[in-house]
Structure formats: C-alpha cells, structure tokens
Design a binder for this molecule. Sequence first.
Ligand SMILES: *Cc1c(COP(=O)(O)O)cnc(C)c1O
Ligand code: SF4
Length: 378
Amino acid sequence: MPETHFTPESAAWSDWRSQMHHRITTVEQLRDWIHVTDQEEHAIQASAGRYRWSITPYYASLMDPDDPLCPIRQLAVPSLREFESFPSASVDPVGDTVHRKTNRVVHKYPDRIIVLVTGLCPVYCRHCTRKYHTMDAAGTYFETHEGTSWDEDFAYIAAHPEIRDVVLTGGDPLTYGDDRLEAIIARLRQIPHVEIIRIGSRCPVVLPQRITPELCTMLERYHPLWLNTHFNHPQEITPEAAAACDRLLQHGIVVQNQSVLLKGINDDLPTMRRLLTELLKIRVLPYYLYHCDNAVGISHFVTSLETGRELMRGLLGYITGFAVPQYVLTTPLGKIPLWEESLHRDSTGTWVENYEGETMYVNDLLLFDDKGQEQGGK
Ligand SMILES: *Cc1c(COP(=O)(O)O)cnc(C)c1O
Ligand code: SF4
C-alpha cells in the first residue's frame, strides 16, 4: 500500500501527529479521497505560491467523492473562484495588522487582546479571512517571525493591567504540542491581571484527534479557560467531533462556536437551523455568526448583509434562544452586531456604528449580489 494511503483503518488514524504528517497537499493524494475535477486540479495548480492549502485525511474522509458542491469539499479544496478579481478585496479587511502592538499581540478592544501564536493550520479554510497569514504570495508574516522570542509580547501584556482576557489564536494554536502550548499558558497565568484565557482552534472540526485526554488534563490546570471553535456546516458534526468537544467539556472547558456565513454553504435557513440545533446536541454554544469579510480570494463566499439579516429573522423565536448566535461584521472598529441600531442607510451610503459611536462605510460588495443587483433579501 502506498505511503499516502492513510485510511480510517490505519493504526495511526487516531493519532493527531500522524494526521498532520499525512496531510493532503498534492492532487495525487487528494485523488485517494475524491474524484478531483479539472477545475479543482487547475485551482490547486494556481494556488502554488499564492494560497496555502492542506487537508487532514480525517476532514477529507467527510467529503462526498462524487459531488464537487459537497460543503466539506467547498470549504477545503481550492476553487478557481479564488482567482477572480474583486478590486475591493483586501488581505486584512478586519484591520488586525493596524492594531498589532507587538509581534504577536493585536490590541483593538479596551480589555482584551488576541495573540497570534502561529501561521500553521491543519486545514486551510478556503474562506479564511486572515490572508496575511495564509497567503504565500507576499511572504507570510509568520514565516519570518514565528520563531522569535516571546519576551516582548509577554512584557506588553504585563505592562497593560487593563488586559483581563487573552485569546490565543493564529493560525491554530493547537498545532503546537502540549509542552510548547503549556509554556505559553503558564507564562500568561503568571500575570495577575489576566483573568481568563481563550483558545481559538478549529481542531475539534478538522482534527478532533488533537483533543487528547492529556491535552485536556493540561489545560484544566489553567482555568478559567475557554475554547472557541469553528463549525460551519452540520456535516462537520461527526461522532469524532462530538467526542472531542465532550472531552473538553468533561474537563470544564466551555466550547463555543463561531461560524462564518458562506454563500452556497450555510446561507439557507434549513442548513443554518440544523447547524445550530445540532451544536446544542453536542453542548457547543453558538456564539458568533460572522458576516463573511471581503478578503482576497474569498469574495465569492460573501452574501449580502440582507441575506444574513433575513436568516436571523428566521432563527430568533423559532429555535432555542441560546442556539441563536450574534450576527456580526468584523471591522477595524471591532465586531459590529448587525441589528437595526448599528446599521444605517442614508443618501451617502450604508454605514455601521461600533460600541463607541465610531462609524465607517461598508463595502459595496456586502450590498450587491453577483450580478450587481442590489439585494433585497432571498
Ligand atoms: C474578536 C476579537 C476579540 C474578542 O472579542 P469578543 O467579542 O470578546 O469575542 C479581541 N480582539 C480582537 C482583535 C478580535 O478580533
Ligand atoms: S483555521 Fe482559522 S486561521 Fe486557519 S485557515 Fe481556517 S479560518 Fe483561517
């Protein structure tokens, strides 16, 4: 059997490092799982030196081999649509690079920060908004800086007593081994004003094998600790993913979910309802529904704001109250809840207002559909 043929029957399937080692990065490896279309093959070739891609064998095993529109496939296999030109798209639409205070610290809100731990992800989501991490073309930031000392980052946090909430994110911090991760968390815990630690990781979805009992036992020593993950479609909620979330919960780690509203994947009411209610069955709490940012290479996933607002109207009251996430737009001014009070339309255009009353215009792409027609709902 060739080395690349790593299957659920393989002895090492449940070992996360083996999953990482056997990640799919070539068309030939992908053919072990699906009938790769010509378009997919061209998109993979065009991705070289521009967009990263890799897929864990576990995540590939969830794909429909015959249906190119399979949501798991659209979320992970490069598409030619990533190369369509949208002049308004940006590598950093949410302004993280603007608010970066040290190598790894992004300080945008008064009392909390995100810490960019790594540029590595088990699966590079096609809709990833952090293109400044995962685009090869401009040379990613992390390739040159990931190895540098953390002293400056910890010194910044220690010198800012207003920081009470630290989000470890990336990339995916759980691509680090337990020891390396513990060194970071233990050092954070030495700073008295850091009240809570959050980990942002897609591992429960794309690499549930990573959530080992040993990892959970280690994390449990540093409570209060929360984990935010990223399920986008009910097909991602497998027995393996459910077991990974259960292990975290057994160790007192609350798991919350942040989905992205994606055209053709989850922008219809039945799919979104099923995603949210299935999450409750595995005791994962829906937290945010992000409007898809207009980042380079992902504009084809962007819906109109009205599509998202119409979807929210079909959720509130119809399903369990706490199954309904907050629908937000991430901007350089912070996350803006897309309710009526913060979304304004007048003769000058459409603009949003953040919690401090600061305003900005929203990009036209969020208001018009593919054909340039103004969208009035679905
Ligand atoms: C999302 C985010 C946070 C955390 O925000 P919450 O709304 O508390 O989840 C913190 N800093 C930055 C830069 C963020 O983008
Ligand atoms: S796991 Fe997060 S950072 Fe990594 S590619 Fe997906 S969305 Fe981007």
